[in-house]
Ligand binder design. Structure first.
Ligand code: 13P
Length: 249
């Protein structure tokens, strides 16, 4: 039985004081929650938020990291720095990294392997553009991103990987994939994992849905048999919107 995993990706939102305030409210609101919870503030707020959620049932996540451990990489943040702040998981391959900042599968794979080598959990984001969906290519795009993102990752390391299916056209647009459309891709990805690794690995891996998930649609999405949680953007920015998603079912 897979445990439901709800994660909040705060993206480039919240000043330090706002982030601290939200983290404090979430610690209280979610303390009796039965799912796995993660919040990913911006790099500048990781330290402060980490201190608030330390000892709670919410884990600290980062939204990205460098391909390299250290050195001449102006503006980048290293896996070692994240670990030092108590970060437990890192979101990699987010569509905003792929499409705004030009990250490709090779670069994402390098980050995935580095994070896993250092014992971080990874949320590997995959998802198709609207043109790709309309051309009937959603499955092949998601398959490619999964295979390339996980290239060289062992079955043992895969235990620390969650996949987040985030159709790009559904992110921040208010358009959600229907539960059936999302389920179809999730089931397909699970099949790919079974082919790449084993039926056991496929059965165990968590696959989150992300893209305009909110209190109104979360229950129907999470009721699908291959949707194991959510990666939430906009609706993770207030306790009023995030708490109900964290407590659905
Ligand atoms: P929204 O929930 O704002 O659509 O964002 C989803 C997302 O990109 C989470 O990583």
């Amino acid at each position: 039985m897979r445990k439901t995993y709800i994660a909040g990706n705060w993206k480039m939102n919240k000043t330090k004081s706002e982030a601290v305030e939200l983290a404090k409210s979430l610690v209280v609101a979610l303390k009796d929650g039965k799912y796995k919870y993660m919040i990913a503030p911006s790099f500048t707020n990781l330290d402060a938020v980490g201190q608030i959620i330390n000892g709670s049932n919410i884990i600290l996540g980062a939204q990205n990291m460098s391909t390299d451990e250290s050195g001449a990489h102006t503006g980048e943040v290293s896996v070692l720095m994240l670990k030092d702040l108590g970060v437990k998981t890192v979101i990699l391959g987010h569509s905003e990294r792929r499409h705004i900042y030009g990250e490709d599968d090779l670069m994402i794979n390098k980050k995935v392997k580095l994070a896993l080598k250092h014992g971080l959990e990874v949320i590997l984001c995959i998802g198709e553009l609207i043109e790709e969906r309309e051309a009937g290519k959603a499955e092949i795009v998601c398959e490619q991103q999964t295979r390339d993102g996980l290239s060289g990752v062992s079955e043992e390391e895969l235990k620390n990987v969650t996949i987040a299916y985030e159709p790009v056209w559904a992110i921040g647009t208010g358009k959600t994939a229907t539960p059936e459309d999302a389920q179809a891709i999730h089931e397909y990805i699970r099949k790919i994992i079974s082919n790449m690794y084993s039926a056991d690995a496929a059965e165990k891996i968590l696959i989150q849905y992300g893209g305009s998930m909110n209190a109104g649609n979360a229950e129907a999405l999470l009721a699908q048999k291959d949707i194991d949680g959510g990666l939430i953007g906009g609706a993770s920015l207030s306790v009023e919107k995030f708490e109900p998603i964290c407590k659905v079912k």
